[in-house]
Design a protein around this ligand. Structure first.
Ligand SMILES: *[C@@H]1O[C@H](CO)[C@@H](O)[C@H](O)[C@H]1NC(C)=O
Ligand SMILES: *[C@@H]1O[C@H](CO)[C@@H](O)[C@H](O)[C@H]1NC(C)=O
Ligand SMILES: *[C@@H]1O[C@H](CO)[C@@H](O)[C@H](O)[C@H]1NC(C)=O
Ligand SMILES: *[C@@H]1O[C@H](CO)[C@@H](O)[C@H](O)[C@H]1NC(C)=O
Ligand SMILES: *[C@@H]1O[C@H](CO)[C@@H](O)[C@H](O)[C@H]1NC(C)=O
Ligand SMILES: *[C@@H]1O[C@H](CO)[C@@H](O)[C@H](O)[C@H]1NC(C)=O
Ligand SMILES: *[C@@H]1O[C@H](CO)[C@@H](O)[C@H](O)[C@H]1NC(C)=O
Length: 867
């Protein structure tokens, strides 16, 4: 058997489609030259297998050394296999990323650089046959005022244009063979390193981000005004969508609603709300995607909007609202934004005017305003996939320039799509580099303070670690920002083609251990609420009534439920100890086990972190139902809304008083509802409404959109119809105050924010454990160093001992804890001052160590040093 590469330079017109190559009986048509491959013995080299584990069993062949591969990659290439008679047996295309990385990996300048001599442009496009830049005076111009060819040196195309072109718009015109069409295509593409865009996103704005015109007053000094951050373990996070923040805020002028500038409006209801959170201790505001994403037109004039007066006064379970919203959902101003078009440019639809410099200036003003109210800013970045690919899609960028390179393909050449569509491949060098460069762009040019990585498990661990190091090296003196305070975290899920390190060691929960990069703890979420986002919506959990207050769902026999509840407690307790692998606790069987030895139902360990900053504790996020909604689904129909509010608070308290990094979704603290919508990414302002006047929580504004919710409508309808489910203003305000109290408690003592695994192991203990423990209650103590414990230092000047009791039972409970007797424990002063009269009924008897805690209450007792 003989293997050959068949090359066809440009003349691909005879090969119309993939199978065309294989059709002719005795050979292949339309090629220009053929190269005989040399079979190699043995397996692929180890470095190749390491980089591409999914082809480890492939047979190696070699291209003879007298061919210049740098030229070959500009052609259409196919590998064809002939039989002894010279008849073709099989043929296939080639995937080139490995070759491109080996020959063309590049660390020099890319994008536009402004120098006294002019503006230099650099584009990495090693497979392109020709590249030129089209310059447009005006963003709407159809034809360029100038087209300049770029010259190639080893895969990098460059030219220098006059400085006077600053402020113009440009596009690259790239002639390149495109495997998806089997043709040499002429593609018009934005610069992958674009730093600005035209209003319609079709052209790159030639902008110098260092220009003074783009800097709000005081911008260069912002690093000195950043909210102080003692330690990464002090971080707490609040996740918010830019548009949700102000779309309905009547204290913000209509021109600023839904955009960046709303964050700069002094004394608006929304800003005052954030100020309260910040004053209580919250440190970080995480914004849903703010880079250039697809599916929302940047030009507001093109939006369709809803006449909401038609929806007022409809029944709470009316299907009318969702029907009208669905009609316009792809043409309105709303989308979460998880469909990246260009990573490095602020989204235009959030700017007052998407053209020219406005989006840049307004984004900076937003960051500055948030920093001024004491909040650090986190961006949600989506590097795991691209909204579009191919030579023609208006939203395709990278794939027009080096077709096929940026995307991860399966062994048959199809683009992987486990993240939705068009998965990217950070195992390819220039993808990894683009991600790092993009992060640095946001840190240096927009001075942001952290990043949340969407589907981080699909990115390679090496990319994450390199990115963290590169950011960490930024210095205030030389770079204008202190990179060491920038925190990285994300979704470390394990699925798709990257599962089990299928494409190299990826940034999944376990693999990140030791990096200081955080990942979301789904264990504490699921144990607390019950089931999982992928399970039955009525499955109950630790706080929603499992065993103790059944909702009628078939959870199995009582013994099974007891086991589920006690297992959930183990998972939550490990989570509260920052989900540390080495944390030792007494499990429900009474055995001393490490976090890594407690297993989930699929036999993977519950714990994955080696330090507290590697765990993001949460129960709710933008995905799936809001906290209030999920509680309203899972708790029995007949309980009162007061009880649901207490459960809502209990859930927030478990997160707020955990070690590790607590994370809250905007509205957890004001009972936010999306009327049970489980995926509101495209459900418009109506279902995503946040009301900082605290008059409504958006419960019962209609049945949520059909697409993702219809099969649950039978569960949803009776709940929405029932008027007792709807909270009143008093419930919303009380929940907010209690939430602020939780933050105040967390920040009242460093013992809630321990910064090493060792400190947690030494200080945090759980009581009420083992087989005879009382179900539905967690008793945690945190002990500071004192003379009696050698080697444990004292870190809290005020409190020497803290006891937190979470009672998720529907009734009061008492617990006798001899090891906690003779303590000077008192109710935390914040709770003493709080408006929650129920928590004040908590009792501790120092002589016996007997605690009595009211139903559905979190009580914090403290022992002060100086008594
Ligand atoms: C990639 O993006 C295009 C849009 O350009 C989309 O139509 C296509 O379905 C995506 N491809 C895959 C394999 O998901
Ligand atoms: C995802 O890729 C698989 C395998 O290539 C393909 O069968 C499937 O149709 C793709 N799905 C989408 C939504 O593009
Ligand atoms: C990443 O690697 C882990 C560990 O090998 C693997 O189990 C997982 O499936 C991979 N992919 C993702 C998305 O996490
Ligand atoms: C990555 O995680 C998997 C489990 O998901 C584990 O088997 C593997 O050893 C880890 N690899 C590294 C390098 O951390
Ligand atoms: C939860 O959210 C994710 C992401 O939006 C979605 O894929 C999933 O379908 C949701 N789960 C349910 C049960 O709707
Ligand atoms: C305390 O530290 C000393 C010196 O580091 C060590 O020898 C000793 O074993 C430690 N004691 C305990 C109880 O950890
Ligand atoms: C603990 O206190 C409660 C409430 O005062 C009481 O009912 C209970 O008997 C006490 N338990 C013990 C063991 O003293």
């Amino acid at each position: 058997m003989l293997l050959e590469i068949v090359i066809s330079f440009l003349i691909v017109c005879t090969i119309q489609e993939r199978v065309g190559l294989l059709k002719s009986e005795d050979g292949i048509d339309g090629y220009d030259s053929r190269i005989k491959l040399e079979a190699e013995s043995g397996s692929l080299p180890t470095d190749v297998i390491e980089k591409f584990p999914h082809i480890r069993n492939y047979k190696p062949f070699k291209v003879p050394s007298d061919f210049d591969i740098r030229d070959l990659v500009k052609s259409q290439l196919a590998v064809v296999c002939f039989d002894a008679e010279g008849r073709m047996i099989q043929g296939t295309g080639l995937q080139l990323p490995g070759v491109l990385d080996e020959l063309f990996s590049y660390d020099g300048p890319l994008g536009a650089h402004f120098t006294p001599e002019g503006v230099s442009l650099h584009l990495w496009a090693p497979t392109a046959q020709a590249v030129s830049v089209c310059i447009y005076k005006n963003p709407l111009a159809e034809s360029p005022m100038e087209i300049c060819p770029l010259n190639e040196v080893n895969g990098v195309w460059s030219t220098t244009v006059a400085s006077s072109w600053e402020g113009c718009y440009y596009l690259y015109k790239v002639s390149v063979y495109h495997p998806s069409t089997l043709k040499v295509e002429t593609c018009y593409a934005n610069d992958p390193y674009a730093r600005g865009l035209s209003g319609d996103g079709s052209k790159t704005f030639l902008v110098n981000l260092n220009s003074d015109d783009l800097k709000p007053e005081g911008w260069d000094k912002l690093a000195d005004k950043k909210p102080c951050l003692r330690s990464v373990s002090d971080i707490s996070i609040y996740e918010l969508h830019v548009r949700d923040f102000s779309a309905h805020d009547e204290t913000v002028g209509p021109e600023n609603r839904g955009g960046y500038l709303a964050f700069t409006i002094k004394d608006s209801a929304g800003v005052n709300h954030l100020q309260k959170l910040s004053d209580a201790g919250l440190t970080h505001l995480h914004l849903l995607p703010t880079f250039q994403f697809g599916d929302v037109d940047d030009e507001k004039d093109n939006w369709k909007s809803l006449d909401t007066s038609l929806l007022e006064g409809l029944p709470p379970d009316s299907a009318e609202a969702q029907a009208r919203i669905t009609e316009i959902q792809n043409d309105d101003g709303y989308n979460w934004g998880y469909n990246p078009v260009l990573w490095g440019v602020p989204k235009g639809s959030y700017a007052s005017d998407p053209t020219g410099p406005h989006r840049i200036i307004e984004f900076r003003k937003m960051v500055q305003a948030l920093n001024r109210i004491g909040l650090n800013v986190v961006l949600d970045v989506v590097y795991n996939h691209l909204h579009a690919s191919g030579p023609h899609d208006k939203d395709s960028v990278l794939d027009k320039i080096v077709p096929g390179y940026y995307l991860r393909r399966n062994n048959d050449g199809f683009i992987e799509n486990s993240t939705c569509v068009n998965n990217t491949a950070s195992e390819h060098y220039m993808v990894d580099r683009l991600i790092r460069d993009d992060l640095l762009n946001w840190v240096v040019n927009y001075k942001v303070d952290g990043f949340r990585f969407d589907l981080m498990g699909h990115i390679m661990k090496a990319t994450m670690v390199k990115a963290k190091d590169a950011i960490g090296n930024l210095r205030k003196e030389s770079d204008g920002v202190d990179g060491s305070r920038v925190y990285l975290y994300g979704e470390g899920w394990n699925f798709g083609e990257v599962a089990q390190n299928g494409r190299g060691i990826n940034a999944s929960q376990f693999n990140l251990s030791g990096t200081g990069i955080g990942s979301f703890n789904d264990r504490i979420r699921d144990a607390t609420l019950g089931g999982s986002p992928f399970g039955h919506p009525l499955q109950q959990g630790f706080i929603t009534g499992l065993l103790l207050q059944p909702n009628g769902h078939a959870h199995g026999p009582e013994a099974t439920q007891e086991l589920m509840l006690s297992t959930a407690k183990d998972h939550i307790q490990i989570g509260m100890a920052a989900n540390l692998m080495d944390y030792v606790l007494t499990n429900h069987e009474g055995k001393e086990v490490k976090g890594s030895e407690v297993l989930m139902h699929d036999a993977t360990p519950v714990a994955y972190a080696s330090q507290p900053t590697e765990t993001i504790s949460y129960v709710s996020a933008h995905d799936n139902e809001t906290l209030f909604d999920i509680i309203s689904l899972k708790t029995p129909m007949e309980i009162s809304v007061d009880e649901r509010c207490r459960i809502n608070h209990l859930a927030s308290s478990m997160i707020a008083l955990s070690q590790g990094i607590p994370f809250f979704h905007a509205g957890d603290e004001i009972l936010r509802s999306k009327s049970l919508d489980r995926d509101s990414y495209n459900s418009g302002d109506w279902f995503n409404r946040l009301d900082f006047s605290y008059n409504s929580n958006n419960w019962g504004v209609g049945l949520p959109p059909k697409g993702k919710n219809e099969h649950s409508w039978p569960l949803i309808k009776p709940r929405l119809q029932d008027p007792t489910f709807k909270p009143q203003r008093s419930h919303i305000v009380a929940t907010l105050h209690k939430f602020l109290d939780l933050l105040r408690i967390r920040y009242s003592s460093p013992l809630f924010r321990l910064d090493t695994a060792k400190a947690i192991q030494e200080r945090v203990r759980f009581h009420n454990t083992g087989p005879s423990s009382i179900p539905g209650a967690i008793v945690m103590s945190i002990e500071d160093g004192h003379k009696g414990i050698p080697n444990v230092s004292q870190i809290d000047p005020i409190y020497s001992f803290i006891v937190v009791i979470f009672n998720s039972r529907p009734s009061e409970f008492s617990f006798l804890c001899p090891v906690l007797k003779h303590r000077n424990l008192e109710l935390h002063p914040v709770q003493v001052m709080s408006g929650d009269e129920i928590v004040k009924k908590s009792v501790y008897d120092t002589f016996s160590g007997n605690f009595t805690i009211p139903a559905r209450t979190t009580t914090v007792f403290v022992e002060s040093r100086n008594v």
